[in-house]
Design a protein around this ligand. Structure first.
Ligand code: UDP
Ligand code: MG
Length: 332
C-alpha cells in the first residue's frame, strides 16, 4: 500500500452486519486481524449482531474480550442487513468506513486495495464481484437485471450494486438514512450529492458455513425500493412490501387469466362472439392489482414522511460492547 499521509492520518471503521453466522466469525476475524494489523493506520471492527438466534453473540463477545479493536452492537431482534449497516454508521468513529459481509464471502485482503483507491481522490469505492460465487439462476441472474435497472434509473454506472464490500468517506454517509434494501443505492445517492464514485473488482468466495439469508423475494423488494425511489425523486424509504407483493401477484393473475382466455378464444372450434367467463375474473384481478400497487406507493410516501419527521431509528439496540468504548477514542 502507498504511504499516503491522508489515509494514514485517518481512522478506519470496518462494519460487518451478522445474522446467525456463528461458524464464520472466528475465521473471519482472524483474517481481518491479519490484514489490518499490518496497516499503518488505526482501526476498529464493528460487528452488528442483527438479532441472531444461534451462538453469534457469544462468539462476538469472545472477540471483544480478546481484541481491543473490536466493538459489538447487538439488536433486540432481527431488523435486517440495511438497519444493521445504518447502526454501524451511527456507532462508527472512523473517517473511512468499510462495509463487508460476515460470512467469508468478501475477502478482507481487498480492504487495503479499496483504501488505496480512495486515496486517489474518490469518496466511494464499490466492490465488483466479477467472479461471483453464488447460484446462477436464483442469485446472479436476478442481480444482473437489478443492476441494469438501478443503473438506468439512477444514472450511476456500476456493475454490482449488491456487493456489500465498499469503502466510503464518512462525510458522504453522514446524512444518508437507510431503509429496506437501500444500502445498495448508497453509491448512487452519494453520486447525486456530488461524491466521486468508482468501482473495483474484488474477490468473492462461496459460502462455507451456514446459509444465505436471502431468496428470490429480495428481488421483489429491490424492485419496489427502486420504484418508490423513482416516484419520490430521492432515496431513503422503506416500502410497504405487502402492498407491492399483493398487487404484483394479483396483477400477474389478472394478466395470466386474461391471456389464457384470449388464447382459448382464438383456438379453432370456438364459436365467434362467444366470450370466455374468465374475462371478468381477469379484469377483477388486474384492477385490484393496480389499486394495490398505487396504494402501496402512497403508503410508501407516508411511511417516509413518518420516519423522517420523527427521526425514528430503524433498529433497537440491546447492548454495546465494550460499554466503555461508546465515547472513547480509537485505540492505536
Ligand atoms: N445479514 C444481516 N441481517 C439479515 C440478513 C443478513 O445482518 O437479516 C447479514 C449476514 O449475516 C451476512 C450479510 O448480511 O453477513 C449478507 O447476508 P447473506 O450472506 O445471507 O446474503 P448473500 O451473500 O446471500 O447475498
Ligand atoms: Mg453471503
Amino acid at each position: 500500500m502507498k504511504n499516503n499521509i491522508e489515509i494514514r492520518s485517518k481512522h478506519l471503521s470496518v462494519i460487518i452486519p451478522v445474522y446467525n453466522e456463528e461458524e464464520s466469525i472466528p475465521h473471519l476475524h482472524t483474517r481481518i486481524h491479519k490484514v489490518l494489523a499490518e496497516q499503518p493506520f488505526s482501526y476498529e471492527v464493528l460487528y452488528i449482531d442483527d438479532g441472531s438466534s444461534d451462538g453469534t453473540l457469544q462468539q462476538l463477545n469472545r472477540l471483544v474480550e480478546q481484541d481491543p479493536y473490536v466493538r459489538v452492537i447487538s439488536f433486540r431482534r432481527n431488523f435486517g442487513q440495511t438497519a444493521a449497516m445504518s447502526a454501524g454508521v451511527a456507532y462508527s468513529r472512523g473517517e473511512i468506513l468499510v462495509f463487508m459481509d460476515g460470512d467469508l464471502q468478501n475477502d478482507p485482503v481487498d480492504i487495503p486495495r479499496l483504501l488505496e483507491k480512495l486515496e486517489e481522490g474518490y469518496d466511494v469505492v464499490s466492490g465488483w464481484r466479477k467472479n461471483r460465487q453464488d447460484a446462477q439462476w436464483s442469485r446472479k441472474f436476478p442481480s444482473m437485471l437489478a443492476n441494469k435497472l438501478i443503473s438506468q434509473v439512477t444514472g450511476v454506472r456500476l456493475h454490482d450494486y449488491g456487493c456489500t464490500l465498499k469503502a466510503y468517506r464518512y462525510e458522504v454517509l453522514r446524512h444518508v438514512r437507510l431503509y429496506g434494501e437501500m444500502h445498495r443505492f448508497i453509491p448512487a445517492y452519494a453520486a447525486l450529492a456530488g461524491a466521486k464514485v468508482t468501482e473495483m473488482v474484488v474477490d468473492h468466495h462461496a459460502r462455507q458455513f451456514g446459509k444465505s439469508k436471502y431468496g428470490i423475494s429480495r428481488v421483489v423488494r429491490v424492485i419496489l425500493d427502486l420504484t418508490t425511489l423513482k416516484f419520490l425523486g430521492s432515496f431513503g424509504t422503506k416500502p410497504l412490501y405487502a402492498f407491492g407483493v399483493t398487487g404484483l401477484s394479483s396483477l400477474s393473475l389478472g394478466f395470466g387469466t386474461g391471456l389464457y382466455s384470449l388464447l382459448r378464444a382464438c383456438l379453432p372450434g370456438k364459436k365467434k362472439g362467444q366470450r370466455s367467463a374468465l374475462f371478468p375474473i381477469s379484469l377483477l384481478f388486474s384492477s385490484f392489482g393496480l389499486l394495490s400497487l398505487i396504494s402501496g406507493l402512497i403508503a410508501e410516501m407516508l411511511t417516509r414522511i413518518y420516519y423522517e419527521a420523527q427521526d425514528k431509528p430503524t433498529y433497537v439496540v440491546k447492548q454495546v460492547q465494550p460499554e466503555s468504548s461508546l465515547r472513547s477514542p480509537l485505540p492505536g
